[in-house]
Design a protein around this ligand. Structure first.
Ligand SMILES: [Zn+2]
Length: 231
């Protein structure tokens, strides 16, 4: 096999290595936390906190209602016990009972509103929890796919690098070095020649260059400087 052909094959390996490395880094960037999961997790945390506060408010209101109830009962007992005879005192006591009852009624209305809010919040918590579970399951499935693909690409890359190494050992080091410099400089170091034309710059090559290249030597295109490969 001529050196030009070997370098061409080396370049084929390099191109495959590059595209596999690009694919691998794309995958690595997709691995890790999911923004959607984090967002819904935060949402759930906020709603759970709100529910906790509402339940606390509900309990406070219930205690206050109980307390008012006790005070109404006590005041009414005094009122109907017949112990208070003074009409002014009786009127005062009656007013006190009415005020306590009004306060209790108002609080009961408020307690009902809070209960409504608690129910709504409980529904929200359940809905967001479900959404989170679905998102997490989807995310885990994706991560599994990505890490499988990552493993596959790593194996492909290690195989390609081994092939590259083996082939490069068959070529004289100076030629490999020259190829690598040219690749760094031009991107494509070795180009095919088709119908006497350099595929790198589309120039018609002189017959002498073609003859030398046909012999398998490292011949550079006189126009673009790339190594010519005649299949
Ligand atoms: Zn050229």
């Amino acid at each position: 096999m001529g050196v030009a052909k070997q370098l061409y094959q080396l370049q084929e390996f390099d191109l495959e290595i590059e595209s596999s490395e690009r694919a691998l880094s794309r995958i690595v960037s997709q691995l890790g936390e999911s923004e959607a999961v984090v967002r819904v997790q935060n949402q759930l945390q906020l709603e759970e906190q709100r529910l906790e506060e509402l339940r606390h408010k509900q309990r406070s209101a219930e205690w206050e209602i109980d307390d008012l109830e006790t005070r109404v009962t006590a005041a009414e007992e005094t009122l109907f016990s017949g112990k208070v005879k003074n009409p002014k005192e009786l009127t005062n006591l009656q007013h006190e009972v009415e005020a306590l009852k009004a306060k209790r009624d108002h609080l009961e209305e408020k307690a009902l509103e809070i209960m409504d809010q608690v129910e709504q919040s409980e529904t929200s918590v359940a809905r967001i929890s479900n959404e989170l579970e679905t998102l997490k399951a989807e995310w885990q499935r994706q991560q599994k796919q990505l890490s499988d693909e990552m493993e596959r690409l790593k194996a492909v890359l290690s195989d390609l690098k081994q092939k590259w190494q083996l082939l490069s050992e068959e070529i004289e080091p100076q030629a490999v070095e020259f190829y690598q410099e040219l690749r760094k400089e031009k991107g494509t170091a070795v180009v095919r020649v088709e119908q006497g034309i350099c595929r790198g710059c589309r120039i018609s090559l002189p017959t002498t260059d073609l003859q030398r290249a046909r012999g398998g030597n490292v011949v550079q295109c006189s126009s673009c400087g790339r190594i010519l490969f005649l299949a």
